[in-house]
Design a binder for this molecule. Structure first.
Ligand SMILES: *[C@@H]1O[C@H](CO)[C@@H](O)[C@H](O)[C@H]1NC(C)=O
Ligand SMILES: *[C@@H]1O[C@H](CO)[C@@H](O)[C@H](O)[C@H]1NC(C)=O
Ligand SMILES: *[C@@H]1O[C@H](CO)[C@@H](O)[C@H](O)[C@H]1NC(C)=O
Ligand SMILES: *[C@@H]1O[C@H](CO)[C@@H](O)[C@H](O)[C@H]1NC(C)=O
Ligand SMILES: *[C@@H]1O[C@H](CO)[C@@H](O)[C@H](O)[C@H]1NC(C)=O
Length: 302
């Protein structure tokens, strides 16, 4: 079975995705360890913690509305903690990573301060948001204003995002990036890795740059695939392989697992991307792999 099952105990529930935050006295969501993702097995009741990037998975508290409320798209001022505002804000995170992410700069949604949604005639729905984003590696936080337009109509198009965050590019990582780039380019053997993070939520320090690059590349997919009804998170890199190049880019082929939290599905994508300090991460190809292709035999069936 590929889909994590949600046991919904009440109409209004709180999903607490933080590993360490046990919200007492609240109804909860049970995520059963039946997915094809290794780490879910290791942490049956929670989404894993992976060091400094915990914020990508955890710390997010969202109120799930009941079905009827979910069907009616909220308009006007939004509750910043409810799904509509959180989902739109998550799209801003993916956008910021796509634009500004690097092996040394990763942005995570920290908080939604306020949100507003309106129908835009013929074109879709527009969200206006004030959010805080956290730069996960340097651990700095700043506020951003953003606008997300979810286009409506035939042939679903990707959301269009505009965001302004004043401080975002202030930290200069050029030296670190150049050093990493040199390492990738000069090492005799091409790098490769599997299962980032592993089933214990651990990533070897050497492999962190590959994990970060994969998150940035995956952000392009998550941005492109997002709608008003999705909430994508990076779950795991199944494998990543550096490919030989003749130009000045570093090139990677990787297989990633994305967690779509509304449907609770783990979705597999194969990505081909390049990176260099001046050009950043560029996704050359993205391909969604057949649904649940390697999970005929779920681990840990009771
Ligand atoms: C990040 O910074 C905040 C506040 O500055 C601090 O409370 C938190 O512990 C830091 N987190 C990490 C992982 O260093
Ligand atoms: C983004 O998604 C659209 C379909 O929604 C697709 O046509 C387009 O190729 C995707 N972009 C990339 C870079 O794959
Ligand atoms: C960042 O630092 C490098 C030196 O490490 C310098 O050459 C470059 O101009 C700096 N970039 C910015 C935008 O400050
Ligand atoms: C070079 O690549 C090998 C094989 O992937 C790896 O074990 C080694 O740590 C790399 N060297 C450096 C300096 O990263
Ligand atoms: C990468 O991982 C996926 C999923 O586990 C697997 O199907 C695929 O064969 C792996 N590819 C390589 C090159 O190891």
């Amino acid at each position: 079975m590929c889909v994590l099952q949600l046991t919904i105990m009440s109409l209004r529930i709180i999903i607490v995705l933080a590993v360490f935050t046990g919200v007492t006295g609240s109804p909860s969501v049970t995520v059963r360890p039946e997915a094809d993702s290794v780490y879910v097995t290791a942490h049956p009741n929670s989404v894993p913690e992976t060091g400094e990037e915990t914020g990508f998975f955890g710390k997010l508290e969202v109120l799930v509305e009941d079905e009827t409320e979910e069907d009616m798209m909220a308009t006007g001022e939004l509750n910043p903690n409810h799904y509509p505002a959180q989902r739109a804000a998550k799209v801003v995170q993916h956008y910021l990573n796509t634009r500004y992410g690097s092996p040394y700069r990763l942005l995570g949604l920290q908080r939604v301060h306020s949100g507003n949604a309106e129908d835009v005639e013929d074109s879709g729905r527009k969200y206006q948001l004030e959010i805080s984003v956290q730069e996960m590696i340097g651990n700095t936080t700043e506020k951003c204003s953003a606008e997300v337009l979810f286009p409506r109509g035939e042939g679903q198009r990707s959301p269009q995002v505009q965001a302004s965050c004043e401080q975002l590019l202030k930290v200069n990582n050029t030296a670190q990036e150049e050093a990493l780039y040199k390492l990738f380019k000069t090492n005799q053997s091409l790098l490769s890795a599997q299962n980032l993070p592993d089933s214990y939520g651990h990533i070897e320090p050497d492999m962190k740059p590959l994990w970060h690059l994969s998150i940035v590349a995956s952000s392009a997919v998550m941005l492109n695939e997002s709608t008003e009804n999705t909430l994508y998170n990076m779950a795991q890199v199944a494998n990543i392989t550096q490919l030989a190049t003749e130009n000045d880019q570093v090139k990677f082929d990787c297989h990633v697992l994305l967690h779509e939290m509304v449907s609770q599905e783990i979705i597999h994508w194969k990505l081909l991307f390049t990176w260099s300090p001046p050009e950043g991460v560029k996704v050359l190809q993205m391909e969604q792999l057949p649904h649940c292709h390697d999970c005929e035999k779920p681990p840990n069936t009771n």
